[in-house]
Each structure stands twice: as structure tokens, then as C-alpha cells.
Design a protein around this ligand. Structure first.
Ligand code: ZN
Length: 298
């Protein structure tokens, strides 16, 4: 899983250098709606990386929840916004539980306050940072025991993780409608999350980028090939062929690929040549849809 404290949560819209300046939401509603969208895409990413973990050379434990704490390095305004938006306490708090994930199966709920990790109490920790470090280590270990404060009563949960592909993920502050793979990371534009209402559509974007990673397209020795039209075309077709299978194995409807392509094509027509852009000028949409159907034997 990816740990998101408030600042990284807000930072995810910072994106890469090529995107516009980082503008965190200024209202409680803004923070909440951004976070809702983030959780949705986070879940799709989670489902795809867990379902296909056996294909990845490196795996990590995935406990299927996100927690937050007040980041003292953030501005006072941002801290207050976060406290109000999520009702944050001084201890870390579970702010999202992925449906059917490890935390979900164990019974964890959003709003649960984390008061101990692997029997180390928040109240005993030398400092907040020590406890946060223990929590971070805990979610990377094969067993996680959490002490939770819920409605003023204490509960203990033993979590057994899923294994997921070891790739990081971010939503980028961009109004574009694409996704990219870079080194060991998958990045999805916030504009795509807003435009594509069906989860199957987002799943196609994420699965296509995971395919690029699995096929080694982002390895340093292959970067040059991306500039060669012919090679790039082959890479895109390969990523499509594998990607559509990766989304199916995570339980998503491959028809989402077609509707995603048609929706983004209307808005993104024009040459887009950014690094590993999902919506490249390599195949016309109709041609690409036909190709995907052929891959599935339709
Ligand atoms: Zn691609």
C-alpha cells in the first residue's frame, strides 16, 4: 500500500515538473472531493496490482488502507483544513479502507484512530515520529497488529496482507486525460479521473501502464526505442494486448477500454508525444479498438 499523510495526499496533485503549479484545495469540501477521487483511483490501482502480483518480479505487502496524520511541516491553514475535513486526531487515523482488501477483511473502518502498532503504544512512544516510523515499518512487514480507538472503546485487529506489485502510484495535477509509466511508477492525470466515470475505464489506463512496466519498456536501455516510431508502435500494441488481460484478471470489464478511448479521443485529439503517453498518435482510435477486440478473440 502507499502511505498518504495529508501533505503527500495534497502533494499528489503536484505532479511532475511538466504540469501546472501545485494548487492545494482551499476548502474542506475541496479537500474531501479530491480525496474521494483519489480513493477511487487508488482502489482500482490496488485491485490491479494485487490481482497481477504473481507477474511482478518485486512484491510488497498491501494492507489495503490509507492513514493520515497532521503534518507539522504543513502550513497552519493546511493543517486546520485537514483536521476539519477528516476529523483528524493527534494520533494517525485510518481515512480509507479498500473494499475487500486486508484491512476491510479484518474489520477496520475509516475513522479508526490508531493507538498501537504491533503492541507498541502511541502513548509510550518517545515522540510522534518514532510511532509513525513503527507504523510505516509495520505495514511493510508480513503481520500487522493494530490497536484502534473507535467510539471511545479500544479494539485490536490482526491483519494479513495481500501481496501487490511493488510499483508506486500517483495522481497528477493535470487536466489531461492520460496516464504514464516512469521507472517504477504509474501516474494518472486527475483530469482522467474526473472525465472517466466508470471504474473499468480507469482500470484500462492503469493496466496499460502496468503492462509497460512489466514489459520493461521503462528500463533505461529501452528509453531510446520510445523515440522510434516503429518500435514505439510495437510497444504500445504489446502494452495494450497485455494491459487488457491485466484488467480482466482484476475483474474489470474490457469494454471500459473502448469507452475510455472514445471519451478521451474526443478531447485529446492532436499530437501528444509526452513520455509514454497512453493516448499517443500511434494508432487511430477505431484501429486500436479493433486491435483490442482481436486480442480478446472477439
Ligand atoms: Zn502506452
Amino acid at each position: 500500500m502507499k502511505i498518504v499523510n495529508l501533505i503527500t495526499m495534497l502533494m499528489f496533485i503536484a505532479g511532475c515538473a511538466s504540469t501546472k503549479a501545485y494548487t492545494p484545495p482551499q476548502t474542506v469540501e475541496g479537500v474531501r472531493s479530491l480525496y474521494t477521487q483519489f480513493n477511487r483511483v487508488f482502489t482500482i490501482k490496488h485491485n490491479i496490482l494485487v490481482a497481477n502480483s504473481s507477474l511482478c518480479s518485486r512484491q510488497i505487502t498491501d494492507y489495503g488502507f490509507i492513514y493520515m496524520f497532521v503534518n507539522e511541516e504543513a502550513s497552519k491553514e493546511q493543517q486546520e483544513l485537514a483536521i476539519e475535513a477528516f476529523n483528524l486526531q493527534k494520533e494517525p487515523m485510518v481515512t480509507y479502507v479498500t473494499p475487500k482488501g486486508a484491512a476491510y477483511r479484518a474489520g477496520l473502518l475509516a475513522g479508526d484512530v490508531i493507538v498501537s502498532v504491533n503492541d507498541n503504544l502511541w502513548s509510550d512512544a518517545e515522540s510522534d515520529d518514532v510511532f509513525k516510523k513503527l507504523l510505516k515499518e509495520g505495514i511493510q512487514s508480513p503481520n500487522l497488529r493494530l490497536g484502534i480507538l473507535r467510539d471511545k472503546s479500544k479494539h485490536t485487529f490482526n491483519l494479513t496482507p495481500d501481496m501487490a506489485c511493488d510499483y508506486s502510484f500517483m495522481l497528477v495535477d493535470s487536466e489531461k486525460h492520460s496516464a504514464r509509466a516512469y521507472k517504477r511508477e504509474i501516474a494518472v492525470d486527475f483530469g482522467a479521473a474526473k472525465l472517466l466515470k466508470r471504474d473499468d475505464e480507469i482500470a484500462f489506463l492503469v493496466a496499460h501502464e502496468l503492462a509497460h512496466l512489466l514489459l520493461g519498456h521503462t528500463l533505461p536501455e529501452r528509453i531510446k526505442e520510445l523515440d522510434e516510431y516503429k518500435m514505439r508502435n510495437i510497444m504500445e500494441k504489446d502494452a495494450d494486448a497485455l494491459g487488457i488481460r491485466l484488467m480482466i484478471s482484476a475483474g474489470y470489464d474490457p469494454k471500459g477500454a473502448e469507452t475510455a478511448l472514445r471519451s478521451t479521443d474526443l478531447l485529446d485529439s492532436g499530437p501528444i508525444t509526452r513520455f509514454l503517453n497512453y493516448h499517443g498518435p500511434y494508432m487511430l482510435v477505431d484501429e486500436r479498438i479493433l486491435y483490442l477486440r482481436n486480442v480478446l478473440g472477439e
